[in-house]
Design a binder for this molecule. Structure first.
Ligand SMILES: Cc1cc2nc3c(=O)[nH]c(=O)nc-3n(C[C@H](O)[C@H](O)[C@H](O)COP(=O)(O)OP(=O)(O)OC[C@H]3O[C@@H](n4cnc5c(N)ncnc54)[C@H](O)[C@@H]3O)c2cc1C
Length: 273
């Protein structure tokens, strides 16, 4: 295998945590495979989570009405983004695979990691109106979520107390990663490690290492092909009528969110077809 570069964007405060053990296992497996591995340890870096005018060097285009997208997109073009963003963008550019490693916070990433997503995936650098989804700027890169939960797996089933995990995964996997074009690998979910006996946690880490060894060859998750949509403002960027007609007789919707009023396709955001 040609040398690949892996970036792990890691968000946990403690080196004694299970998240840290998961991250360390990934560093070791990829390094042993001859990959170049970089870790962005966000808490150790004291990474700034908030998207503000401080992310732009020099004069703002419109200081009266600050618009983060416009100002940072222009700053990216002109090389005026803050140094911490530029450094993370350099790591993204070099990466063939990005793993986001975190504990689930409020069905989402911790704020420090959300800040990384908000600030590093700048308009122009990570996406543009012409470069979205299938035509996304990062279509030759892979990305995946690897996270721990407090809740047990059954709580995240369609009939579980917390509701279907596939729904919770949609905003991050489709709204952020696939939006920028990434091939999104099935997430690695460590259910409730704090409530598992130690030998079960050790077994989880062993299974993770086994998965990691073949990760770069894995088939990504399926999303709705962009060509199924009418990509014009006039048509509202909606599914083409013939596609809707075709789906009328099918038992499930197209994806977790393009459900078309039908039952959600099972495991749409957790398993590659
Ligand atoms: C603000 C906030 C919001 C939250 N929201 C949610 C939510 O929406 N949904 C939800 O499900 N949960 C939620 N949680 C819970 C959170 O997701 C869990 O606490 C977290 O995922 C546990 O992971 P950890 O790495 O912190 O576990 P830790 O407590 O660090 O580790 C678990 C156990 O693994 C042990 N361990 C560490 N290293 C190893 C090793 N090498 N081998 C074996 N064992 C090891 C540790 O000693 C510990 O006993 C939330 C928590 C917070 C603080």
């Amino acid at each position: 295998m040609a040398e690949k570069t892996v970036l792990i964007v890691y968000a946990h405060q403690s080196p004694k945590s299970f998240n840290c053990a998961v991250k360390d296992a990934a560093v070791k497996v990829f390094t042993d495979q001859g990959c170049k591995v970089t870790v962005s340890d966000l808490y150790a870096m004291n990474f700034r989570a908030v998207a503000t005018a401080d992310d732009v060097k020099g004069n703002l285009k419109n200081p009266e009405h600050f618009r983060y997208n416009e100002e940072t997109s222009l700053a990216w073009k002109e090389g005026r983004l803050s140094d911490d963003i530029v450094e993370e963008q350099r790591k993204v550019e070099q990466a063939d695979l990005i793993i986001f490693q975190f504990p689930l916070y409020w069905f989402n990433v911790p704020a420090i990691l959300k800040g990384w997503i908000d600030r590093v995936l700048t308009q122009g650098f990570a996406y543009s109106l012409q470069n979205l989804y299938d035509n996304g700027l990062f279509k030759n890169k892979k990305a995946m979520l690897s996270f721990t939960t407090g809740g047990m797996e059954s709580m995240y089933l369609p009939d579980g107390l917390n509701g279907d995990i596939n729904v919770a995964l949609w905003p991050l996997q489709n709204g952020a990663l696939r939006f920028c074009g990434f091939q999104v690998l099935a997430p690695q979910i460590f259910w409730s490690p704090a409530h598992a006996p130690n030998d079960a946690r050790v077994a989880l880490l062993e299974a993770w290492k086994a998965r990691l060894r073949g990760l770069l060859e894995e088939k990504p998750l399926s999303f709705a092909p962009t060509e199924l949509f009418d990509l014009s403002f006039q048509a509202g960027f909606r599914l083409r009528p013939e596609v809707k007609e075709e789906f009328a007789s099918k038992p499930y919707g197209l994806t977790t969110a393009h459900h078309l009023g039908k039952p959600l396709p099972p495991n749409n955001q957790t398993k590659a077809e």
